[in-house]
Ligand binder design. Structure first.
Ligand code: NAD
Length: 445
């Protein structure tokens, strides 16, 4: 559904009116286009003394073709400010953040990027853990302050995790992360193989996308295909025509299946086992429904159907595919949660319960799957422009669009790009993460 306000605010007259009246000012976000360089211009890299990452990231960025500025030049517009805060072991050293961001805060381009690198506090001594935990307040506040489509993230990199950082830096610097801001991402230690071609990291992989006939699922199917994967697009038989269109548009296969049917996991497992891959590398549990009512007014059926599609079906499918060994080492399981599962939402007890459950699934399965070389992560979308949000009452819809740092809704492609980043072989060191794709929505922030 068209965001008429954003279109108006970006018109000649609209810009004047918006400025004069102090109205929300949704910028045009930079989104990835084929052939874009990894960063949209030069980047500035800073570090607190004794940081362990600034040298590896300078090298990594240089090798990736990103121009790392040797020093700050007045008047230059930078694509990103990257700060290695791993050397901060005491709160008195947090001053290094002010010293870096204060003078350079106004030097970022539209849709610029702020990335702070730190060490996950758990496992550190109390004093260092306190200082490292502080970083989150900085990055979240910058996301709210800088405006103009600038995003700001904190990336905790485990000692020995430098090798797993490249896919995340590439994702965060690019237009692929246009609607991801205020997030904390954790990268584990371990070696990771870089793909032969960063434009097609999923070459040779088979991906299953549920709920692929429209909306976010269709965007996921097309994005994974763009990145080289062969795609199985799954949806209910009633959506068969739209599903066939999506499958054709990405040279994939369509699979009609109602995931809530009792035999659905077994039929899916049989289908995958009989295919040329004898399994599936990437499973994206996107199918989801809403049936909104306050709990006092909600029918049993509304409760059961939402929990059934959004949570029980993905759990049953995971369990059977894993039990039958149909997800090989290097496999990826990716859930689609929601900010409603983090913040709760009036009229959505069923939906929020199911989506909080998706987060629980990611967190509880991640350590269990680590030995098998399989990662499990989830996205938690905020307000995304789809058929689901077009059905919302107008007041709620406008609130969803404006109450975030981007003053606009996200697009299905924004969720799909985040899923593609999780799916990449180069993201092998990322598991148990839930990343919101919500433009830093105020809900549950
Ligand atoms: P959508 O309604 O446009 O698409 C969902 C798809 O899932 C449909 O094609 C539907 O047929 C399919 N589906 C439903 N039940 C199924 C079943 N039993 N078996 C197989 N397929 C089934 O929704 P969307 O907006 O694209 O949302 C996709 C996902 O993103 C959902 O999990 C949703 O909860 C989540 N999400 C969306 C938003 C948003 O703003 N749109 C926000 C947060 C989370």
């Amino acid at each position: 559904m068209a965001d008429r306000y954003a279109n108006f605010a970006n018109s000649g007259l609209g810009r004047t009116v918006v400025k004069r009246l102090g109205l929300p000012d949704p910028p045009r976000l930079r989104r990835h286009q084929a052939g874009d360089p990894p960063a949209d211009g030069p980047v500035l890299v800073g570090a607190a003394p004794d940081g362990r990452l600034s040298e590896p990231i300078r090298k990594l960025l240089g090798d990736a073709g990103v121009q790392v500025a040797p020093s700050f030049t007045e008047g230059t517009r930078y694509a990103a400010l990257i700060f290695d805060a791993t050397g901060i072991a005491d709160s008195s050293q947090l001053r290094a953040l002010y010293d870096f961001f204060h003078p350079y805060a106004r030097s970022l381009k539209v849709s610029g990027r702020v990335i702070v690198l730190g060490t996950q506090p758990s496992g550190l001594d109390a004093r260092e853990a306190t200082a490292q935990r502080s970083l989150e307040g900085l990055t979240r506040s910058i996301g709210k302050e800088f405006g103009r489509g600038v995003t700001s993230q904190l990336v905790y990199v485990a000692p020995g995790g430098e090798g797993g950082l490249e896919s995340t830096l590439r994702f965060l610097l690019s237009g692929r992360s246009a609607y991801v801001s205020g997030q904390v991402i954790r990268i584990d230690s371990g070696s990771v193989d870089a793909p032969a071609d960063w434009e097609r990291p999923l070459d040779g992989k088979l991906a299953l996308v549920t709920g692929a006939a429209r909306g976010i699922g269709a965007a996921i199917a097309r994005t994974l295909a763009r990145d080289g994967a062969e795609v199985i697009a799954l949806d209910v038989p009633a959506a068969g025509d739209a599903l066939a269109d999506v499958a054709n548009s990405c040279q994939g296969r369509a699979l009609q299946l109602d995931l809530t049917a009792g035999d659905a996991p077994a039929r899916l497992a049989g289908y995958l086992a009989a295919g040329p891959h004898a399994g599936v590398d990437i499973v994206v549990h996107n199918a989801g429904i809403t049936r909104d009512k306050t709990i006092a007014r909600m029918s049993e059926d509304h409760w059961d159907s939402v929990i059934g599609v959004n949570l029980t079906a993905p759990s049953r499918v995971n369990d059977l595919l894993l039990e039958r060994g149909l997800i090989p080492s290097g496999g990826r399981i990716i859930g689609v949660a929601s900010i409603a599962g983090i913040a709760g939402n009036r009229g959505q007890t069923n939906y929020a319960t199911s989506k909080a459950g998706v987060i629980g699934m990611v967190q509880s399965y991640a350590p269990l799957l680590a030995d098998r070389g399989i990662t499990i992560n989830a996205v938690a979308p905020g307000f995304i422009e789809t058929a689901m949000t077009a059905k919302m009452p107008v007041g709620l819809r406008e609130a969803g669009r404006r109450l975030n740092s981007m003053s606009q809704g996200g697009l299905p492609i924004d969720v799909a790009e985040t899923i593609a980043w999780f799916a990449s072989p180069a993201s092998a060191a990322i598991t148990g993460n839930v990343v919101r794709v919500c433009g830093q929505s105020l809900l549950g922030a």
